[in-house]
Design a binder for this molecule. Structure first.
Ligand code: NZQ
Ligand code: ZN
Length: 392
């Protein structure tokens, strides 16, 4: 097993009515004036926003509201948030929503005390030194941003989608009440399930094969999420299933399933170009590309793909590693279809993708052919083009 560091400092408050502890938690972490950041309509419609505002008012915590974060959160909103924080002397950021709202908060946090342009942080030209603290009330289990160190932002100028990762981005607290996810449309539930599975895959399919505890945790997580997903799609108010999925989403991306592995992350890099260019849901984009990535890269660790087929997809353990690997990938694609996810780009965007669009995505993904992605197999721009073509 490789040496590793594991850092998961977020205080998790999980379960029914957990959102009622929001004011106390903000105070515990030193917040006096809060930016209350949220998305489109869902938190207003469900009454959650109102509930949070009441909690803040009753505790005498001042706040300024900034709603309207869209999926694939935009840089322009981040800039607005930074201005508000400076003008209003905000000292704590509260995200009420999913990965997009939390990521927008993280970007605002990094830009608050930074003298330069916040986008330069995402271009990895430099790093910020001081950050505003963040807490969140999670409404969709998916991106895992509530416990991760990452933030992914889309710059409308050129539709560039980039990430910036730093431990200061880890939320001080994450409030998770599975009941808050009852209102999720089936599509969003499935996108979320796909994303958390993929966060596990990105760590599971790596070059190292000697981390049994990590492998076993990952496999249990994947099996649980798959069986609970079908239950939740049949019965969206099944508390127990919603709870399993919600906790799995955090565990899939707080690095627990990656201890002692190098990880891959190529599927995520390839997907960020898809959602950057076509503004599709991140989870669906991952489902559309994964099978092609897996077939292109499985030779690098066929044994692990065969193990996945048997231990996760319950494929009969008969045949060569290569045969088992293919059966496992096929079974995974069948699962994606069973929860309404696409397994190629045409199903994702509703039309054929052009060669020019593939070239553009590969070019952005490889910084004009100068950088590579992937840990299992290192992928150059030409490899990226091949995978996009396999997935078209
Ligand atoms: O805007 P509202 O009206 O709230 O609607 C949202 C949105 O349309 C809706 N929704 C959320 N909670 C709901 C609800 N609808 C009904 N009831 C509820 N309880 O769901 C839609 C999607 O929300 P979003 O926050 O975009 O979803 P998700 O959590 O999947 O976040 C996706 C973003 O996270 C990034 C993705 O790239 C994407 O931009 N990621 C962030 C990561 C990180 N920070 O560590 C890692 C991931 O790999 C990912 O890249
Ligand atoms: Zn993801």
């Amino acid at each position: 097993m490789k040496n590793f560091k594991y850092y998961a400092p977020t205080k998790v408050v999980f379960g029914k009515d957990s959102e009622l502890s929001v004011a106390e938690l903000i105070k515990d972490f030193g917040g006096n004036k809060v930016l209350l950041h949220y998305g489109g309509k869902s938190a207003e419609k469900s009454g959650l926003l109102n509930k949070i505002e009441n909690c803040l008012q009753n505790a005498g915590i001042e706040y300024v509201k900034l709603g309207g974060v869209v999926p694939n959160p935009r840089l322009s909103m981040v800039r607005t948030g930074i201005e508000i924080c400076k003008k209003e002397n905000i000292d704590f950021l509260l995200a009420v929503g999913g990965g997009s709202v939390i990521d927008s908060c993280k970007a605002i946090s990094s830009g608050r005390f930074f003298d330069g342009d916040v986008w330069d942080l995402y271009l990895k030209k430099t790093r910020a030194e001081k950050y505003l603290p963040i807490g969140c009330v999670l409404t969709i289990p998916a991106a895992g941003s509530e416990m991760s160190d990452g933030s992914v932002i889309t710059n409308e100028e050129g539709w560039l989608k980039k990430d910036y990762c730093v431990d200061d981005f880890r939320c001080k607290f994450a409030i998770m009440n599975p009941e808050l996810t009852y209102t999720l449309p089936a599509w969003q539930t499935s996108c979320g399930v796909t994303d958390m599975m993929m966060h596990t895959f990105e760590r599971y399919f790596s070059k190292d094969d000697d981390m049994e505890i990590t492998n076993s945790i990952a496999e249990a997580l994947l099996r649980t999420v798959m069986s609970e997903a079908h239950k939740v799609l049949k019965n969206p108010t099944d508390y127990n299933s919603r709870a399993q999925i919600m906790w799995a989403g955090s565990l899939a991306h707080n690095d627990l399933t990656g201890c002692g592995t190098t990880g891959d992350w190529a599927t995520h890099c390839l997907e960020h170009e898809l959602s950057g260019l076509f503004d599709v849901s991140h989870g669906a984009g991952l489902a559309a590309i994964w099978g092609s990535w897996a077939r292109y890269c499985r030779c690098e660790n066929m044994k692990q793909f065969a193990r996945f087929a048997v231990n996760v997809m319950q494929v009969n353990n008969v045949g060569s590693d290569e045969e088992l690997a293919e059966l496992g990938i096929r079974a995974m694609e069948e699962f994606f279809h069973s929860i309404g996810m696409p397994t190629n780009i045409k199903e994702l965007i509703g039309r054929d993708i052009t060669d020019e669009e593939i070239e553009l995505m590969a070019d952005k993904c490889s910084d004009g052919g100068t950088s590579t992605i992937g840990g299992l197999k290192v992928l150059t721009k030409n490899d990226m083009i091949s995978i996009y073509k396999m997935a078209r």
